[in-house]
Design a protein around this ligand. Structure first.
Ligand code: AMP
Ligand code: GLY
Length: 425
């Protein structure tokens, strides 16, 4: 079987490594892939947003199955276009990808179907948005409607910040057209949990839970990033919470998408907050999370390609989705300055960071220059360790991450610290 994976980050690297475990997989193309993925797949220099190029390549190379991993091509209808030429895919069609591509759509869906989430209103008029944001208590949260690389969410502590947030998103258009509409919502508190779930539009099978660390620096300081590290499982996701989530959130969401004529097939990501009133949805993503995938997939005992095909063909109910019960930690190594300005092209010394069976180095932003590995993005590498318990996974991930070096590189030193505290309580 010839597979095609659209995307080129750590998430895609983790997906490709897992897909390769299936003996029927003879060949994987990565579009565009990256310097590290090149060791596991054939990289093809076609951007993940070049839908025409992707479809042309799929036809010419005769791929048997496609995995579309990032949000942009999903929202742009990459899966719809591949389906139209007869290529089976893992990933939702554009009308289902709206659950991530439009926060207004997602919030209205939750309101209509009684799925627990923060109270909110949506606005396309800046004056009305501002008036509403100032009418309640603080903090208040202002969110750009569309895709904004995880940066379009502003938490406002007072009236001045709320006014500035509406201006930044709606008038200055700092996140482009994604700021034409905003969601203004109640600020929730509680631990956050990420749950990725496989679904074929009929049944839903959640993966092991995880915890992301979004801020750039230790102690949750600094700017929001795509994610600086993850651990799995998330200790706040107890069996009782999981049961409530299934009943109150996961199944109702799948049913709501069907009722709207937008059946969701692929990986649905539930960004949850466990509040005093129970679990609530902070956001949906229409895809695997990054770097959640780098801790979740190494713990998957069942075969990923079999599950992906079951999601596409509607046979997930009878397909096994099992995790091995161990723990994982992923520490991201980032370029100095990330998530703001950073330099690229720095030589990377991996230092034998992958020299044990429980270690994996996933490449996010790397390239090959004259055969040597160099940095090419903000998030550069994700060093993942698996172990029988979380403290060991964290210890091993950090020991391995310390071996890697490139000029200006940095990491957080407290990935998993909050999870450990929760376990020790
Ligand atoms: P999102 O992109 O919607 O996941 O938001 C990014 C981050 O902002 C989340 O991971 C939360 O930490 C925070 N956040 C978003 N919405 C809320 C809310 N209503 N209350 C508290 N924190 C929030
Ligand atoms: N790590 C969060 C995301 O993938 O959106």
């Amino acid at each position: 079987m010839k597979l095609m994976v659209v995307g080129g980050g750590g998430r895609e690297h983790a997906i490709i490594r897992k897909l390769k475990e299936n003996p029927d997989v003879d060949k994987i193309y990565a579009l565009p892939g990256n310097g590290g993925i090149a060791a596991d797949a054939e990289c093809v220099p076609i951007a993940a947003t070049d839908i025409d190029g992707i479809v042309r390549f799929a036809r010419q190379s005769g791929v048997d199955f496609a995995v579309v991993a990032p949000d942009d091509p999903l929202a742009l209808g990459c899966v719809d276009r591949l389906h139209a030429i007869g290529v089976p895919c893992f990933g939702p069609e554009a009308k289902a990808a709206q659950i991530e591509a439009s926060k207004v759509f997602a919030k209205d869906l939750m309101k209509k179907y009684g799925i627990p989430t923060a109270k909110y209103e949506t606005f396309s008029d800046p004056a009305e948005a501002e008036a509403y944001a100032l009418s309640g208590s603080f903090p208040v949260v202002v969110k750009a409607d569309g895709l904004a690389l995880g940066k379009g969410v502003l938490i406002c502590e007072d009236a001045a910040q709320a006014k500035a947030a509406v201006k930044t998103i709606m008038l200055d258009k700092q996140f482009g057209e994604s700021g034409a509409k905003v969601v203004v919502e109640e600020f929730l508190t509680g631990p956050e949990v990420s749950v990725l779930a496989f679904t074929d539009g009929k049944c839903v099978k959640p993966m092991v839970s995880s915890m992301d660390h979004k801020r750039a620096h230790d102690g949750d300081t600094g700017l929001n990033t795509g994610g600086m590290g993850t651990v799995a499982p998330n200790p706040y996701y107890t069996p009782e919470v999981a049961e409530r989530c299934m009943k109150e959130i996961f199944l109702p969401t799948i049913a709501a998408m069907n009722a709207e004529g937008r059946p969701f097939r692929g990986c649905l990501y539930f960004g949850l907050m466990i509040t005093a009133d129970g679990p609530k949805v902070i956001e949906y993503n229409c895809r695997f999370g990054d770097p959640e995938t780098q801790v979740v997939l190494p713990l998957l005992k069942s075969d990923l390609f079999t599950i992906m095909r079951a999601c596409e063909y509607g046979t997930l109910e009878s397909t096994s989705v099992e995790f091995d019960g161990s723990s994982a930690c992923c520490v991201i190594l980032a370029s100095g300055g990330y998530p703001e300005k950073y330099e690229k092209g720095k030589a990377i010394d991996l230092g034998g960071a992958e020299d044990a069976a429980n270690l994996r180095v996933y490449h996010s932003g790397t390239a090959l220059k004259d055969g040597a590995l160099v940095t090419s993005g903000g998030r550069v590498l994700g060093v993942t360790a698996t172990a029988s318990d979380l403290p060991s996974a964290i210890r091993d991930a950090y020991a391995a991450a310390e071996k890697v070096s490139f000029e200006g590189g940095f990491m957080r030193h407290d990935i998993g610290a909050r999870a450990l505290k929760a376990i020790q309580k």
